[in-house]
Design a protein around this ligand. Sequence first.
Ligand code: HSE
Length: 428
Amino acid sequence: MTQPLRLGIAGLGTVGVGVVQIVRRQAALLSARTGRDITISAVTARSKSKDRGVPLSDYAWEDDAVAVASRDDVDIFVELIGGEDGPAKDACEAALARGKHVVTANKAMLAVHGQALAAQAEAAGCSLRYEAAVAGGIPVIKSLLEGLAGNEITRVIGVMNGSCNYILTRMESTGLTYEDIFAEADGLGYLEADPQLDVGGIDAAHKLAILSSIAFGTQVDFDGIELEGIERVSIEDIRHADDMGYKIKLLGVAQLTGRGLEQRMMPCLVPASSPLGQLQGGTNMVVLEGDAVEQIVLRGPGAGQGPTASAVLADICDIARGSNLPVFGQPAESLKSVKPAPSVTPAPYYLRVSLHDKPGALAKVASVLGDAGVSIDRMRQYGHDAPIAPVLIVTHKCTRADLDTAIDAMDRTGVLAAAPIALRIENV
Ligand code: HSE
């Protein structure tokens, strides 16, 4: 048996405690699987006195994360503090500077500083692993880095924020408004301390930026993501989309096109019968498409103590076994810098227009769509709450630019009672 692999853990929240529990409970199994005992040397968190329901007295206590990362008896620094800057980043840099491996669940830090951290880790010959940063317990990083290494990845699609999926599916099942279900989710503790990270799509966009880098060999580009949260998704659109055979999801999509890297995180319609359409509650799903494998669908818990700690342990076990892959699947210095290409790929769109119910109104809408080169696939007019008539249109594939041209022209016709709602349809 070789030397034990010694952990230093910073952050003893839900995930940190979950990691301590697994290391203690599964010591024999981890040792058998990796050929090394995995032990904990030191920990740190905000409060030393808090009872976390797990014995910590066997481990040295440090008052700050950099101190844990700098200890001679730590081989892997496990960063579970969170936040894109501050102590988390300082401590990861300190660990790498001392030649220690880093395992982190910190999607924000990687989405913003991933390129620099990867370069530092690789120059130091250290591993920087982050399975827990994306989609909790789903081994999506490993799938891209290893399982699909022989594929040219063509598209990455996913529901990667459980809180948003919970809100959208609860709105659908209860018929209640976004505000009602947001309050319910907040009361149940389902939202981040800053809920905007969830409902604004930021948390999910951090995850998409990381996946894009591995999938396409590009530098992590969080700022290049076209981003829109779920705050403006209405119960009317959820109902109408359902009636047309679709569900609304906060969907991340990334693909490398001839015109640049297309990355978006926004509410989209997906076919109700598709695996994504059927995804309920806080569960995550990531769909990976490659030239050889075609398509795989990964589904599982995207958050929570056990699932996220499970992902952290996967990284620790890989390091214990001697694996040291480039952070984003190829050397950081070889990752391409590609310009963002927002919504360049044509798609069908769902368009809800509220018309003044007068002769010729619908004809004007159809006419401006035609003039902009947008073809109508399906159309339905609902209710007869004169004087306003809601009309739903599903277009054939068109560009967002052409659709926006049509919407601008529609506005000038004087037939609209409210601004149209346009949502992209992803046929997955
Ligand atoms: N708030 C996140 C979610 C947790 O709901 O998916 C993991 O990032």
